[in-house]
Write a protein that binds this ligand. Structure first.
Ligand code: CMC
Length: 457
């Protein structure tokens, strides 16, 4: 067990002499003034992964009393810890991912999505009784109000399902006005059940709406993913029986997507939630952030890219086009944090064969394997540490299972709901957190006087 370092030295300006004993601080010299500042370092559980200085300390670094003080400039937050969190741990250099300390590989092998969601949200694996209650609570909130269904009917027949999901989740806040009571634990938990339970229903209804198919209502006898497959694919049969292999594989995919610390969508959830808006509005913002092709929309983009490549013999030429910038990015490759193989991609690659044993092989797999083989030998990708990420193989599996390509981002949003809600709740209960409000470095013109139109040159 790693030791938590709690000792924090005093902060202060003007500490000039070097002390022999090492201490948890950095000394910063302002060459404009010659002044030195000692700034304390604080740590997460692991000193080597979570060391940070409080950037407000930098405001003490000034050239004069009326100077604003130093800020940090960090577009894209590449090196800024926006919170302390005990939910998910990622070591991008080693390719490690853990939820609440449990390795993702163990959860993928032994857990279920609902159990993992409970773990992420409440910090511990549930007891048998807690699990039974949790399953009941989720299962009994899968229905959506008939007016929500009517609301969805207003979308065009070719509306993108993720756009429908973003809009409909936002609209849920009008159905549950009590959700505004975000500091009432009971109310918060109710919204958590509702959101985890209703996202699959909304995604499946979006699909049915696009196809002009009658809606299939939730079946409470089925598992979380079994029921989702039922709402997606039930036709005229009296009772839909999900394939056990496919529903287990989907469950594992959901485990792998459940949380991933402070990514773009989670930061949107926390950022929007920091103004104390209700969780439906905050989650709509998070889902909107996920929609983009650099984030959760990448699984859809990968499939479109593989179809465009069309044949394995076109792969070398395609790689060259990526390197020259002609073909855009190699979708499903690269990650801000992972500079090694994404551990989720490793598990997903293994799952593909289980799925193909049931569905038949997706011919796009051959193209994907060849892309990976060539990219992982190529200097361009090696030097930039670009490896397959979670989205590289997931789409091939989803397609083999019968999901349409434009539904893929929703298949990311459904399980990520647990992570978003856990991070939102952690943010609300964290006394350090305030409304999200970054600073800027103003680069525009200085003050000037208004000129009437007739006097403008
Ligand atoms: N294909 C080709 N080159 C790439 C790629 C890629 N997929 N990703 C990064 N690069 C290059 C980039 O051009 C840059 O090169 P140079 O230094 O010569 O300018 C270098 O690698 C660093 O890229 P970056 O844009 O600074 O990296 P980032 O950390 O800002 O971006 C990323 C991370 C995931 C947005 C990016 O790797 C990317 O666009 N990947 C493709 C989209 C994708 O698969 N997204 C899913 C991410 S995993 C699921 C999730 O959590 O969302």
């Amino acid at each position: 067990m790693a030791k938590k370092i709690t000792q924090e030295p005093e902060a202060g300006a003007g500490t000039s002499q070097m002390k022999a004993a090492p201490r948890d601080s950095v000394t910063l010299v302002d060459n404009r003034t010659g002044k030195e500042y000692e700034i304390p370092i604080s740590y997460g559980t692991y000193p080597s992964y979570g060391a940070a200085i409080n950037c407000l300390e930098l405001r003490k670094v000034k050239v004069s009393d009326d100077d604003f003080g130093l800020m940090t400039y960090d577009p894209g937050y590449s090196n800024t810890a926006s919170c302390k969190s005990s939910i998910t741990f990622v070591d991008g250099e080693k390719g490690v991912l853990r939820y609440r300390g449990y390795p993702i590989e163990q959860l993928a092998e032994h857990s279920t999505y609902l159990e993992t969601a409970y773990l992420i949200l409440f910090g511990e694996l549930p007891s048998k009784e807690e699990m039974a209650q949790w399953t009941h609570d989720i299962t009994h909130h899968t229905m959506i109000h008939e007016y929500t269904k009517k609301f969805m009917e207003g979308f065009l027949y070719d509306a993108h399902p993720m756009g429908m999901l973003v809009g409909t989740v936002g609209a849920l806040s009008t159905f549950y006005p009590n959700a505004k009571n975000i500091f009432d634990e009971k109310s918060r938990h109710k919204q958590i059940w509702r959101l985890i339970a209703k996202l699959p229903t909304i995604a499946a209804f979006a699909y049915r709406h696009n196809r002009g198919l009658p809606y299939a209502y939730p079946d409470n006898d089925l598992s979380f993913t079994g029921n989702f497959l039922n709402m997606m694919f039930k036709a005229t049969e009296a009772k839909y029986e999900p394939d056990p292999v496919l529903s287990r594989v989907l469950d594992v995919l959901f485990i792998l997507h459940a949380d991933h610390e402070q990514n773009c969508s989670t930061s949107s959830m926390r950022g929007t939630g920091s103004s104390q808006s209700d969780p439906y509005s905050a989650l709509a913002a998070a889902a909107a952030a996920l929609y983009g092709p650099l984030h959760g929309g990448a699984n859809e983009a990968v499939l479109r890219m593989l179809n465009e490549i069309e044949d394995v013999k076109h792969v070398p030429a395609f790689i060259e086009k990526v390197k020259s910038g002609e073909a855009g990015r190699l979708m499903g490759f690269g990650h801000r944090v992972y500079k090694n193989y994404d551990p989720r991609a490793q598990v997903i690659k293994g799952l593909a064969h289980e799925v193909f044993a049931v569905t038949g092989v997706n011919p796009l797999l051959e193209i994907a394997l060849e892309l990976e083989r060539i990219a992982l030998e190529d200097e361009y990708f090696l030097s930039r540490k670009l490896y397959p990420n979670v989205d590289f193989y997931s789409g091939i599996i989803y397609e083999a299972m019968g999901f349409p390509v434009d539904l893929f981002p929703s298949l990311f949003a459904i399980p990520r709901t647990a992570g978003w809600l856990a991070q939102w709740q952690e943010m609300l209960l964290d006394e350090d957190q305030r409304i999200a409000r970054p600073r800027q470095m103003y680069t525009g013109v200085d003050e000037r006087d208004y000129v009437p139109v007739e006097k403008r040159g």
